[in-house]
Design a protein. Structure first.
Length: 334
């Protein structure tokens, strides 16, 4: 993956080339992914192995007031949760899953059915690529505000929540049963996320089995997520960036051919390139091609620009149209 360095006023983040906003559809999340894993979930949703992802997101308070919320975020806010002060953290977790992996909200915390209504519960039920996935959320923080997260505290938070994930998965009714759970662990700084990653490495394999842990550190105006009052939206807030392009790939994983689908709201000059895991362009499917508004599909037969079949592995599709862009991760299997 392509390493790069992004300097922020509050911290320096070393990330990967997926530093883009991925917007699945109208009314879904317009969340800025600063760096890290995004659009990674495919086979991980179905296998029984544990997985760890890390991502840095930029938080804007205007996205968390009612007028600025996504459709799913507003539903979470309106329905409320079973208690506590984590409603905005749940909205962030939803928007992250929607922005990166096209998650669709099925049920909020109070709507999910359980065998024991007084037992352990999960925060959200979503659907990703036709698969039901539970989403649990926790914040790994230390008081007073600004105190660095210790490894012992990270282990305490993570281990307890992993136990809750397994308990809620055993408790959910057959009607709402999910294939797997994602545990989103939110922290205010990258060094705290590193402690969560270290704690994950110390977790007993049985404790983290069949769970996707997504460690997320937040940039921007994020204090309200952890310590502050309800978010506010200043009238001087910067205008939103152009909405990112949504690009689908099917089948994915594939062998030897996959099709990329995307929609243009207006005519645009389009470029579509395939990059390998090291960021090298292996195939250019379009380079400044003028396309009309509407739905478009382009097929990749798993060959490079010289017509030679590429090897199995992970590839990145980069689509640009005017001032907008989008990414999609695809996997070529033998």
């Amino acid at each position: 993956m392509i390493a790069h360095l992004l300097s922020r006023a509050r911290r320096v983040v070393v990330g990967v080339a997926l530093s883009v906003v991925l917007l699945p559809s109208a009314g879904q999340a317009d969340l800025t992914i600063v760096s890290g894993d995004c659009g990674e979930l495919d086979t991980e949703l179905l296998d029984a192995s544990p997985h760890l992802f890390t991502t840095t997101v930029e938080v804007f308070e205007c996205d968390f007031v009612e007028a600025g919320m996504t459709e799913g975020g507003l539903e979470i806010f309106t329905d409320g949760n079973a208690g506590g002060s984590s409603i905005y953290s749940e909205i962030l977790a939803h928007d992250l899953a929607a922005a990166c992996d096209g998650a669709t909200l099925l049920k909020t915390e109070t709507e999910i059915l359980y065998d024991d209504p007084n037992g352990k519960k999960t925060d959200l039920l979503v659907e990703i690529d036709g698969t039901r996935i539970g989403v649990s959320v926790t914040r790994a923080i230390t008081f007073p505000p600004g105190t660095p997260l210790t490894l012992a505290r990270a282990e305490e938070v993570l281990f307890d929540k992993l136990d809750d994930v397994r308990a809620s998965s055993a408790n959910v009714s057959a009607t709402d049963a999910w294939q797997k759970q994602i545990l989103v662990v939110e922290v205010p700084v990258g060094s705290d996320r590193d402690q969560v990653v270290a704690a994950y490495g110390n977790a007993d394999p049985a404790r983290r089995a069949d769970t996707i842990v997504w460690a997320v550190d937040t940039d921007g105006s994020d204090e309200f997520l952890y310590f502050g009052d309800a978010p506010t939206c200043e009238s001087t807030a910067a205008p939103a960036a152009p909405a990112p392009l949504v690009v689908r790939a099917f089948p994915n994983p594939f062998n030897p051919t996959t099709t990329f689908a995307f929609e243009l709201e207006r005519p645009a000059s389009v470029s579509l390139r395939i990059l390998d895991a090291r960021g090298r362009v292996v195939r250019t499917l379009a380079a400044g091609r003028a396309l009309a508004a509407g739905d478009h599909r382009l097929r990749w037969r798993g060959r490079d620009d010289h017509g030679v079949a590429v090897g199995s592995g992970v590839y990145l599709l980069r689509l640009t149209a005017g001032d907008r862009s989008g990414w999609r991760r695809v996997v070529l299997v033998e």
